[in-house]
Design a protein around this ligand. Structure first.
Ligand code: ADP
Length: 406
């Protein structure tokens, strides 16, 4: 057999293992040999490594308060010297400086193996590591993702419980509100009925007394009873509007649509205001030309819609004119009730169709009012599939426009 002259140093240095050879000269642990792989992973040159103390070249990362890499390694090396047995360390975080001197995070799986002389004393320590940084970081990422997703899951579960609870509470509250609403509507409806009967019963004898030619009233008493009569009528009107409203609320108004000559009927309804307009010195113009076809309209509702708008116009107009105009459009009929009255401030316009809403400080001719009229008009017009809108200029006048589909 031929004796080969092997270059063991070269063979060692080119081994793919990450190996460092140390002297057991604690506490310095001088580095005396290193494989190229070792120099590569620690980003140190041979000159920076060989002959230097291990911990001088590889100190702890000063920015990492919890760094214990050097202490653990030192313990392990001391153990190897003392026991002369190999020592496998748990995975260590031991940051390494890059070419610019900045520390980069590194995780290592190290093993320290004693190389003994014939007499059994420690001559060298082989320090072998595996770079497990990527493995550890992948694990950390996975764990943090797992933590985050389970935290999110818990949050979602908690929130959906809260949501379910809120929905339950809302349902209960809604039910309660619904019950209260029905009770309120019934109360309104009953009470307006109860009010109406005595007022009607008062009106008949009052009219008899006022019109009695056999035993005529004295002028003073006639005047007094006339006042009583007028105000009873007013009261009746208010009670009626309350009744209409509560019936509508209770859904008790059943519409009876029938073909109607809308121009003729509107003219008739507006004409009833002639004498009141004359008395107030307001010009009342009715311009309602015949429509080419009858419209399906509920007569009783129309009897509330039109007079409501005209009486409002009269109530809030002190001079000038009230005009009711009907125009036939292709698919609908539009009716406008305009006045030259006090108008409605722009800020109030969006609210006047709300129930019980009244413009504050807007004093009309008569002081009574409930704020029901316009909301009733809107609901009735909408029952016809129509729309109502308003246009107004303070001190110049107001125009209400309703449009009913043919
Ligand atoms: P009410 O007349 O009973 O107060 P309405 O619902 O009919 O209730 O009207 C609501 C409010 O809208 C009135 O209080 C009044 O301030 C305002 N309004 C209605 N019509 C007119 C009008 N033609 N001109 C000026 N203001 C009006």
């Amino acid at each position: 057999m031929m004796e080969l002259q092997l270059d063991f140093q070269l063979l060692f240095e080119e081994s793919p293992e990450v190996l460092l050879v140390l002297l057991p000269d604690a506490p310095r642990f001088t580095m005396v040999a290193a494989t190229r792989s070792r120099l590569q992973v620690t980003q140190a040159t041979r000159e920076q490594t060989i002959g230097k103390g291990l911990f001088e070249v590889f100190p702890d990362n000063p920015d990492d308060n919890s760094a214990d890499g050097t202490a653990n390694l030192r313990d392990s090396l001391n153990r190897v010297v003392a026991t002369r047995a190999a020592d496998t360390m748990p995975i260590q975080k031991y940051d390494i400086r890059d070419a610019n001197g900045n520390f980069i995070t590194k995780y290592w799986s190290p093993k320290n193996i004693p190389v003994l002389t014939e007499d059994g004393s420690v001559k060298y320590i082989l320090h072998r590591v595996e770079d497990v940084t990527e493995l550890v970081q992948a694990n950390e990422l996975q764990e943090s993702l797992r933590d985050r997703s389970s935290a999110m899951e818990n949050e979602v579960i908690k929130r959906s419980h809260e949501l379910a609870e809120t929905i339950r509470e809302l349902r209960a509250a809604n039910l309660k509100l619904g019950e209260l609403d029905v009770a309120k509507t019934n109360f309104f409806s009953n009470i307006s009925h109860e009010f109406r009967t005595p007022i009607t019963l008062m009106l008949a004898p009052l009219e008899d007394a006022l019109n009695d030619s056999v035993q005529p009233l004295s002028p003073a008493n006639h005047h007094r009873l006339q006042l009583v009569h007028d105000n009873s009528l007013r009261l009746l009107k208010l009670v009626n509007s309350l009744l209409d409203f509560s019936r509508l609320e209770a859904g008790r108004i059943k519409a009876h649509y029938a073909p109607l000559d809308v121009a003729g009927f509107t003219t008739e309804l507006v004409a009833m205001f002639h004498s009141a307009a004359d008395k107030a010195n307001i010009k009342l113009t009715i311009d309602c030309p015949k429509v080419s076809e009858p419209l399906w309209i509920d007569r009783e509702m129309w009897e509330k819609i039109i007079p409501n708008l005209v009486s409002n116009a009269l109530k809030f107009t002190f001079a000038g004119e009230i005009a009711v105009r009907l125009r036939e459009l292709t698919a609908s009929v539009a009716i406008e009730v305009s006045d030259t009255g006090i108008g409605i401030p722009p800020a109030e316009l969006p609210r006047i169709f709300e129930r019980f809403y009244r413009v504050t400080g807007n004093n009309g001719r008569a002081y009574e009012g409930t704020g029901i009229g316009l909301s009733l008009v809107r609901e009735l017009v909408e029952l016809h599939g129509g729309r109502v809108s308003v246009d107004s200029d303070v001190n110049r006048g107001t125009t209400f426009r309703i449009e009913i589909p043919k």
